[in-house]
Design a protein around this ligand. Structure first.
Ligand code: IPD
Ligand code: CA
Ligand code: CA
Length: 263
């Protein structure tokens, strides 16, 4: 199944890279404020679903642009065909394809593909995480001091901006630096490969984080919601990192969260 998912991710990646030069001609639709979609997102998603559906006609899907199909199936694919659409639209080369598979609601496979760098991240439950077939591990930094964190701004949820900024202000003096690169899925893949020591963001969707979460867990890291629990796929509030950095982020931001965000 991993091979089929990789085939689907690579096909979507070539649709995206071929479209970069023509991006000025794309019709850009706004799903909500600051949330854009183009025919490239849709074509990439349709291609992924086509490849997976031909191979596994009984499997279900949760995909960003087309929603749920066969939602009661034992196997569910969770798909973000283009994570980092705003970067893509600006020709900023930080975006990826993200595909995860859940079996009876447990993450089983993950593929994140960066078509610009031709970097393929894969993980299978219990079998570790890989970048282009080389085993990856989370970083081994022991404290926030000198860490490099990734994050995302809640640009779709202005009501959470003050809370978010309070978490940022609390972490900022404790770490080496913080990056906002614009693709949550790729940020999580970077945590899995040790390029970032940790990551936090408010209000993501399951398709942004499902594959990255398994990559991190299989690379020896921790992933949680903002209460330290396991509801991150549902709440979209995520803290990730190597075990020490994960704990450091959680402890640092907890006093700044309102009750509604402690999950
Ligand atoms: C977005 C990116 C971004 C994150 C947003 C996501 P999209 O995904 O992951 O980094 O901050 O919240 O929605 O819309 O480009 O697939
Ligand atoms: Ca996304
Ligand atoms: Ca997307």
């Amino acid at each position: 199944m991993l091979n089929i998912a990789v085939r689907a991710a690579r096909r979507a990646g070539s649709i995206i890279t071929r479209a970069i030069e023509k991006r000025q001609d794309l019709v850009i639709e706004s799903k909500s404020k600051n949330d854009f979609v183009t025919e490239v997102d849709r074509q990439a998603e349709a291609t992924i679903i086509d490849v997976l559906h031909r191979a596994y006609p009984k499997h279900g899907f949760l995909a960003e642009e087309s929603g749920v199909q066969n939602g009661d199936a034992e196997y569910q694919w969770v798909i973000d065909p283009l994570d980092g659409t705003t970067n893509f639209l600006h020709g900023n080369p930080q975006f990826c394809v993200s595909i995860a598979l859940k079996h009876n609601n447990i993450l089983d496979l993950a593929v994140i593909y960066d078509p610009i760098r031709d970097e393929l991240y894969t993980a299978s439950q219990g079998k570790g995480s890989y970048l282009n077939d080389r085993r990856i591990r989370v970083s081994n930094l022991m404290s926030l001091d000198s860490s490099l964190l990734g994050t995302g701004f809640p640009f779709k949820f202005p009501e959470d901006l003050d809370t978010y900024l309070n978490t940022f202000k609390a972490l900022h003096p404790l770490v080496s630096d913080i990056r906002r690169a614009g693709s949550a899925a790729l940020d999580l893949a970077y945590v899995a490969s040790g390029r970032l020591d940790g990551f936090w963001e408010i209000g993501l969707h399951e398709w942004d984080i499902a594959a990255g979460a398994l990559l991190i867990q299989e690379a020896g890291g921790y992933v949680s919601d903002f209460g330290g629990g396991e509801r991150y796929l549902k709440t979209g509030n995520i803290i990730a990192g190597n075990p020490k950095i994960h704990k450091g982020i959680l402890q640092t931001i907890t006093p700044h969260l309102n009750e509604g965000l402690k999950k």
